[in-house]
Write a protein that binds this ligand. Sequence first.
Ligand SMILES: [Ca+2]
Length: 523
Amino acid sequence: MTSPNTDIENCSTPDIHVQSDERTFQAVHSVTKLVDEGVKKPVVNFQPDSSLSNAHSGDKEDIQPDSRPNIVFVLADDLGWHDVGYHDSVIKTPNIDQLAAEGVKLENYYVSSWCAPSRVNLMTGRYRIRTGLYGDVCDFMGIHETTLADKLYEAGYYTAMVGKWHLSGFEHAECYPTHRGFQTFLGYHGGSQNYFTHRRGGPHAPYDFWANDTSIAVKYEGQYSTMIFADEAQRIIRQHNTKQPLFLYLSFQAVHVPLLVPPSYEDQYRSLIEDDKRRVYAAMASCMDEAIGNVTATLKEKGLWNNTVFIFSSDNGATPTDGGSNWPLRGRKGLWYEGGIRAVGFVNSHLLSDHVTGTTNHELIHVTDWFPTLLRLAKADLHGLKPLDGIDQWETISRGNVTNRKEVLLNFIPGDTNGVVNENHEGEATADYFDTMPFSAIRVGDWKLLTGNSVIEGNWVKPVELGLRFIRPKKHGRVELYNIKEDPKERKNQANKNKEKLHELLRKLKHYSEQINTDVRMA
Ligand SMILES: [Ca+2]
């Protein structure tokens, strides 16, 4: 076994900032309302209990077979663009490759560059300018937000979550998955932990592994999380009442640091990858791939597969110094270059039209889009929701129609300059009506604009099996403009050459900056 990496990413939650404004108490939040009304929140015993899970839709005898599709959403953590087999990687992911090849690959699909923001985008269908970074007691995702799981539960789905939550600390039970629309939960609340000990650091660090909201699941200590999560997903599928549609959110820990894996998974790479980090990372990805194969096999055994929409997505790009690779894309996790935010993603389902099955989709899609897309499949009631940024993409994904999405606000954090002053920027391409110092990024049509000092770290990094080397840009721009369709590797900054497009996108950012929810603390 590889030695534990003690350099676990600091994903600790920032200072808790509790707001007592009426917004918190006016929450249109079905689960919270259930709690308030004395109906115990939809947490069921860890064994699925159909009488509780169906409490919202009538007596068990009243339930009729439901033709709405099951939804299985698999999220990988920090998986890079170059880290699946079908992107010509050395990493072996045969199950992922087959599922992608038999489905629709999403190759123009964006997420956030960090873990928690992508998850709040997924769960709310909203940009961070509306949800805040850490606006209230539930870090990243305020208690006032209605979640995808809330709505699917309300629509009659059985809602189960397995794996990494990262939308609350474990100090506040009201933020736990089982209070945010999920009926069962097995997993952890934080951003990272040891894969075997389930502690956030050394042996005396807090143990963060939970069954539902009250039970610290100590029996899992020593077991590898990828296998725990696959087993739990399979258990949920096997015990599922097939008269009810299922929403399973399987959020793997893999392949986030620390780099840990059972040694048997490393064997296939010992002659292929000399670098220790890259080899263990590859083994972790292959272990996750095996887990996904087991889960999809169980869906087929149970007879659910033919009416399931299966989605795979990474939550952000990889960190090359931790074994991952976004090659040939630029940048890494935490940056707004394509390598940080262009995600691996695909959909596999018998509900896809024949003519799109086995094809690649190049339409602009964002992680917020899953919220309205999946709720449409669930025939959920969308009335009364806060304004969404997500767009229903089902016709685009399932039929190949042109998307209605023309732009994506990728990032806007006022005041966030990371304390770095870039003395080497090109200088001229700025505007007096918009502060270009903070990190911002937007995609409009084929064009993408980045502002702020993150650009100084925007390297291209080859994976070690291709000869590790960092390729650094000759110049840095505090404002950078790229035509992503023509230049997906972001090599030609056109900020000083195409001033008309530059100012069009800067004004778009200015427009979004005026929509910030000032009730939430942004930085
Ligand atoms: Ca992540």
